[in-house]
Design a binder for this molecule. Structure first.
Ligand SMILES: O=c1[nH]c(=O)c2ncn([C@@H]3O[C@H](COP(=O)(O)OP(=O)(O)OP(=O)(O)O)[C@@H](O)[C@H]3O)c2[nH]1
Ligand SMILES: [Mg+2]
Length: 223
């Protein structure tokens, strides 16, 4: 069974993005075959660049990764693509790797909810449908350089859409209440969100990958 979903993917565009996901796509987390294949240790010409135009994402990624993965950040306005979330994320990584000319990490995030028809805005959806279940999904893609096939790392957190509560400084955080909590993402302390969030789960897989791959960064002539 293939689910038809509507995703609130970017506020500067119409608020929903129609995607399809494979069976079982609305729960848990997985990583792609590429990331599970166990990369051999290899040298990277420079530290990974996390490419995003979103300061709030960067703040969370910094807090979650701490010093576990050395990275630099770069604000690039990459085109907003349409299609399957994993394909969007990979394509972002390909574009970023060729612009940076080195290893990059990017992410694509969406808030996804089942819908019956049309392309309703979120408020209309809240009023019109009984089923307010949703999931937040984050897909990180790591490309080790230009022309390299990106690896993907997926984190999902299930919850429901609720009337907005909490600070409104990050996208849809005020309207997403994760299952098992009585606070929205916006209301909960950042440390709690980062532990249970779509982004936190995806980055746990990224960390695992880096620990296993043992990349050697060769910058500034050291090493
Ligand atoms: O409430 C939120 N909690 C989150 O945890 C979260 N993560 C992303 N977003 C929003 O969802 C859209 C994704 O679009 P997106 O993945 O293309 O990101 P972006 O275009 O802002 O940055 P980037 O593509 O340069 O990295 C953008 O409107 C982001 O603000 C979030 N909203
Ligand atoms: Mg974007």
């Amino acid at each position: 069974m293939e689910g038809v979903l509507f995703c609130w993917a970017n506020q500067s565009l119409p608020p929903v993005r129609r995607i399809t996901v494979p069976p079982g796509g609305s729960s848990g987390q997985h990583r792609s075959a590429a990331s599970m294949s166990g990369a051999a240790a290899r040298a990277l010409p420079k530290a990974v660049t996390f490419v995003t135009g979103n300061a709030k994402k960067l703040e969370e990624v910094r807090a979650i990764l701490g010093s576990s993965i050395p990275f630099q950040s770069l604000k690039l306005d990459l085109p907003e693509l349409q299609g399957e979330p994993e394909d969007i994320s990979k394509e972002k990584a390909r574009m970023a790797a060729s612009q940076v000319n080195g290893p990059v990490l990017v992410e694509d995030t969406c808030l996804c909810f089942n819908a019956l028809k049309g392309l309703p805005g979120l408020n209309n959806l809240l009023l019109a449908y009984e089923d307010k279940s949703a999931f937040a999904m984050c897909i990180f893609s790591l490309a080790l350089g230009p022309g390299e096939e990106p690896m993907t790392f997926v984190g999902k957190t299930a919850g429901k859409i609720v009337p907005a509560r909490g600070p409104a400084d990050f996208g849809w955080d005020p309207v997403f209440q994760p299952d098992g909590f009585d606070q929205t993402y916006a209301e909960m302390p950042k440390s709690v969100k980062n532990q249970i969030s779509h982004r936190g789960k995806a980055l746990a897989l990224v960390k695992e990958h880096f620990a296993a791959a043992n990349y050697k960064v060769q910058n500034d002539g050291s090493a």
